[in-house]
Design a protein around this ligand. Structure first.
Ligand code: SAM
Length: 244
């Protein structure tokens, strides 16, 4: 089944290249996904196709008016789209959320600009998503981040095995990866990876993933599915730290 992703924006040109390039472009060619990018200005008001106005109550910047957004979003809702507003106040985009969204048949992503949207537009959206605790100039890059995170998970977009082991998918950060050459500027590939012993390679990778997660993102260990063997390994790391 082809997933449908619509985007509402005042800068449709920002989507042209990213949606045609690399894995996302290939997924569209293979009909795993189809995109519709809608210029909000087509619903703009007056001769200048205005989509923004001054905020009631005063203050800096402009706010996106509700009428053009309603006019753009309502037909997408009528088609059954799950409407997502890109917003710094939304729920954080995570691997788990990307996997949930990858199962949706139809998403409509709404990109804010200026100081954001008139509050009443929130009545029309099913969820709000933030890509992190910082503020960008518009929702276009966040929408592209969401599209990239979701489309690569669609069955057939990339080898399933390549995202199964990715950081976060396993609940841990990914283990270190190496390719040729075996030795580079005095830095050697760990011998176990050259051993051809798949069991040893798997154990080494699991240990490295645990080590990296414990060092960089210990918070992930609280919810990661860990085996008794994993807990023993993590115990060894804390013993090492204690004795050094
Ligand atoms: N005044 C708003 C606030 O403080 O929350 C920020 C508005 S921002 C300059 C303009 C638009 O960029 C937002 O409406 C939203 O669509 C998008 N945006 C900015 N940062 C974002 C983020 N971290 N995640 C998702 N969307 C973001």
């Amino acid at each position: 089944m082809t997933m449908r992703v619509d985007v509402v924006t005042i800068f449709p040109e920002l989507f042209e290249l990213p949606l045609r390039t690399s894995i996302i472009g290939r997924a569209a060619e293979q009909a795993l996904v189809s995109f519709g990018v809608h210029d909000l200005r087509e619903h703009g008001i007056g001769r200048h196709r205005s989509v923004d106005d001054y905020p009631y109550g005063g203050g800096a910047g402009m706010v996106m008016r509700p009428e053009p957004l309603f006019a753009a979003i309502e037909p997408l809702r009528a088609q059954g789209a799950e409407v997502i507003l890109m917003d710094p106040a939304g729920e954080r985009l995570t691997d788990a959320l990307a996997r949930q969204l990858a199962r949706a048949p139809h998403l409509a992503l709404v990109c804010g600009r200026y100081e954001g949207i008139d509050e009443r537009v929130r009545h029309l959206v099913d969820r709000e998503v933030s890509i992190g605790d910082y503020v960008l100039t518009g929702g276009e890059l966040p929408a592209l981040v969401l599209i990239d995170a979701v489309v690569r998970l669609l069955p057939g977009a990339i080898l399933e095995a390549s995202h199964e082991g990715d950081s976060f998918a396993t609940g841990l950060l990914e283990y270190p990866q190496y390719t040729r050459p075996e030795s580079f500027r005095g830095m050697d590939v760990p011998p176990v990876l050259l051993s051809g012993n798949h069991g040893e390679v798997d154990r080494w990778r699991r240990r490295q993933a645990l080590r990296r997660t414990a060092d960089r993102r210990p918070d992930l260990l609280e919810s990661a599915p860990l085996t008794d063997a994993d807990r023993t390994i993590l115990g060894e790391f804390s013993d090492d730290a204690g004795s050094s």
